[in-house]
Design a protein around this ligand. Structure first.
Ligand SMILES: NC(=O)c1ccc[n+]([C@@H]2O[C@H](COP(=O)([O-])OP(=O)(O)OC[C@H]3O[C@@H](n4cnc5c(N)ncnc54)[C@H](O)[C@@H]3O)[C@@H](O)[C@H]2O)c1
Length: 430
């Protein structure tokens, strides 16, 4: 499309944190004729001022919280909501009621009823609510989807999807970091794996009928704390023998950048102070974490096709691997290679996906571009990651969590959704 044929849309940013700024806002700097931020809500003064400077937002359009911003009359076409998991529902409802189109970070909410309510609010207000299932916008996953749609492996009989979290990443985000406790954020199946449930739902293109799940917090707990270990790695006598040593992560070249989650300036001095003072320096066996470190989910779909998903923190690499078994062939994919096997011709075809510059394999920029187009051409039709699609896959995640907590019991999705709609207690209260 010609640059001058595109309508510029305006946006407000709610939550100028890692995702809001690091993943999405950059699009407005790269494509200023497509998107302009006109206001920001962020309680952290440094973040708020930095964002205002870089995006030229006047002081009277900078707010300390979403409540203040959304108390104003509508300021822009779009609200980009990138607060933490438990702060999605209220600003989303308010923004939709103020007639913003909303791009909301995943998970929609840790409460299934709130997800359903947000979807309804978007419909009632005739506005687009899209959820940041960024994987659907990556060349890797889009290529897989296209190959399936072309019938290259026939009908899907079964899918095996592995989410290899990575031993250092699970320690960083899900033992010490922001998503370590389901009481303050979400269970792992939502915070990390709602993307996986979503990809499976999208690739299968048919309703999931039932799920069951097993998993636990097997390793990162006090029972496994080695003798001689301490509350913090800096005081630990056995730190050098521990694969999860925080100083080894954050002071090494490879992972220093992750220290940005606890210090804005990445000097050695600041990192060491962070290791003394923040949760990122705590012993992985003595943190306040409660989310699982491994979980499997079994699923059956309407055609009888099945899927098996496995999330595990005890892997060397951080990656997703998929194997899709069809009636005429097989597809295997890892981070950047897709291999097709044709049963008729015995041919093996390898497709290499070029490295992407934006985060999540190109999905972070891809979703913003697509969302802007969807807003420009808004109709009440479902879009690639609009709330209706997301609710379907979130329900699979919620049902899996209920199953896991109830010893692997099989959960029928239709009845599960019906109960929720009838006003069942939210998960946390069960
Ligand atoms: N799509 C993905 O692949 C993906 C990846 C990582 C995280 N996430 C999700 O993105 C969301 C944000 O994660 P993050 O890593 O950016 O967290 P973050 O903590 O870096 O950012 C959240 C921001 O919200 C701000 N905030 C807090 N209270 C506020 C209020 N009252 N009004 C306005 N802003 C407020 C915080 O100060 C912070 O700057 C989470 O829900 C997370 O699960 C999605």
């Amino acid at each position: 499309m010609e640059e001058n044929s595109i309508t510029q849309l305006t946006a407000v940013l709610i939550g100028a944190g890692a995702r809001g700024v690091g993943a999405y806002a950059q699009f407005a700097l790269d494509y200023p004729y497509e998107l302009k931020f006109v206001a920001v809500a962020e309680p952290d003064q440094l973040r708020r001022e930095k964002f205002a400077r870089e995006y030229e937002i006047p002081a009277d359009q900078c707010y300390e919280s979403w409540e203040q911003l959304l108390d104003e009359d509508q300021l822009a076409d779009i609200a980009l909501i990138c607060t933490m998991d438990k702060m999605h529902y209220e600003p989303t409802l308010k923004a939709l009621n103020k007639k913003y189109h909303v791009l909301l970070e995943k998970p929609m909410s840790p409460d299934p009823r709130e997800c359903l309510e947000m979807e309804q609010a978007a419909r009632d207000n005739n506005r687009l609510l899209s959820i940041c299932h960024v994987l659907r916008y990556t060349p890797f996953w889009r290529t897989i989807k296209q190959l399936l749609q072309e019938g290259r492996i026939g009908d899907i009989a079964s899918i095996q999807l592995n989410e290899n979290v990575g031993y250092w990443h699970i320690a960083h985000s899900f033992v010490r970091g922001n998503w370590n406790n389901s009481n303050t954020t979400s269970p792992m199946i939502l915070s990390k794996s709602c993307h996986d449930m979503d990809v499976l739902s999208w690739l299968m293109e048919q309703p999931c009928i039932r799920v069951n799940s097993y998993g636990s917090l097997m390793h990162f707990n006090i029972a496994n704390a080695p003798e001689g270990s301490a509350e913090r790695c800096l005081d630990c006598k056995v730190e050098s023998t521990c694969p999860y040593s925080a100083p080894r992560f954050y002071l090494s070249k490879q992972y220093t950048n992750w220290a940005r989650h606890f210090t804005p300036e990445l000097t050695k001095e600041n990192i060491v102070r962070g290791l003394r003072e923040t949760d990122y320096g705590r012993c992985v066996y003595r943190s306040d974490n409660n989310v699982v470190d491994h979980q499997v989910v079994g699923m059956e779909f309407a055609s009888g096709a099945t899927a098996m998903f496995s999330m595990c923190g005890f892997t060397f690499d951080q990656e997703r691997r998929i194997q899709i078994m069809g009636t005429r062939g097989e597809l295997r994919g890892d981070d950047n290679t897709i291999t097709l096997y044709d049963f008729l011709t015995h041919q093996k075809t390898e497709i290499t996906i070029p490295a992407q510059t934006s985060g999540h394999g190109g999905g972070d920029a891809g979703i913003v571009r697509s969302f802007l187009n969807d807003v420009r051409n808004y109709s009440s039709q479902e879009t690639l990651t609009s709330a209706a699609a997301s609710v379907r896959s979130h329900l699979m995640a919620f049902a899996a969590e209920v199953s896991r907590l109830e010893g692997g019991k099989s959960i029928e999705l239709e009845a599960f959704a019906r109960e929720l709609l009838a006003g069942l207690q939210p998960l946390q209260a069960r």
